[in-house]
Design a protein around this ligand. Sequence first.
Ligand SMILES: NC(=O)c1ccc[n+]([C@@H]2O[C@H](COP(=O)([O-])OP(=O)(O)OC[C@H]3O[C@@H](n4cnc5c(N)ncnc54)[C@H](OP(=O)(O)O)[C@@H]3O)[C@@H](O)[C@H]2O)c1
Length: 305
Amino acid sequence: MRQEPWTWAQVPNQTGRVAVVTGATSGTGYEAARILAACRATVVLACRNLPKAGEAAQRIRVLHPGARVEVQGLDLASLASVRQAAADLLGRFDRLDLLLNNAGVMVPPYGKTEDGFELQLGTNHFGPFALTGLLMDRLLATPGSRVATMSSNAHRMGRIYADDLNFERGYRAWAAYGQSKLANLLFAYELDRRLAAAGAATRSVAAHPGWARTELQRHAGWISWLRVAGLESLLSQDAFGGAQPLLRAATDPAVKGGEYFGPSGFQEMKGAPMPVQSDARSRDEGLQRWMWRLSEQSTGVVYPL
Ligand SMILES: NC(=O)c1ccc[n+]([C@@H]2O[C@H](COP(=O)([O-])OP(=O)(O)OC[C@H]3O[C@@H](n4cnc5c(N)ncnc54)[C@H](OP(=O)(O)O)[C@@H]3O)[C@@H](O)[C@H]2O)c1
């Protein structure tokens, strides 16, 4: 029997729950935060640009009167900022039901984070790894809590460049993006296995948005050619559509730990969210453990698991 596609209308009532969404100023993070607020969660927009975050929060309040939306400063390209944000969040909220590791950058010019990591690996992986670890005790203490991490179809072209993680011998922007999005999946799966082994009720899941029309493509010039050729709208979906796999991974009661969600259409580029498969490299448990140890050493954040 064919199942009806999942829609955001199936997000359970979130009254009394606290959700932190990183990178919620625009794109999929904004849309996921908006829907969670509409479903009555207290939603924290964890963002580096506070004026932009304040405007996003206000837009949500106007669209959904009564929405509980707050802002937290967080720059994932700075471990000091991540530590401060985690300390603030622990002080502000006595529970944490959902952590949506959504924020990310794609193919920017070469740069490094404050701590010397290549910008994409640092922002997309090391920052979220540290944030999640620093919030882990609160997640563990909150019944039914979940961590949902945004990856990408680009994980398929990803390798972990163990001998030159920070691309110091020559920058290849797409290879670095692929590395960071593979790291997201290695993290999400390893975290779920560690949670299960510890007997914790917290779950870790992952998602990807397919191709969503957001601000992410600002550094990918060829996409404007597809736009001119009229192909972009054919192949992609809007930010709201792109947020659905993350929302489903975070809230569908039927989801199991370690599952990965993406769009159901052609090449997983658009369509209703469904469980999807990631490639073999992302499922390599040896690589997952190696990346975990490296991430603990690199960030100085050791998980209480
Ligand atoms: N769009 C797609 O087709 C696509 C495909 C695959 C995967 N993804 C993934 O989806 C996620 C969301 O991307 P999007 O498409 O919604 O792009 P977006 O509109 O550019 O949103 C990215 C968000 O991340 C935030 N961010 C960037 N660097 C940050 C930092 N150092 N600290 C804190 N926040 C930071 C941005 O903040 P500012 O407003 O301050 O820039 C923004 O809120 C990313 O993880 C991306 O890799 C997207």
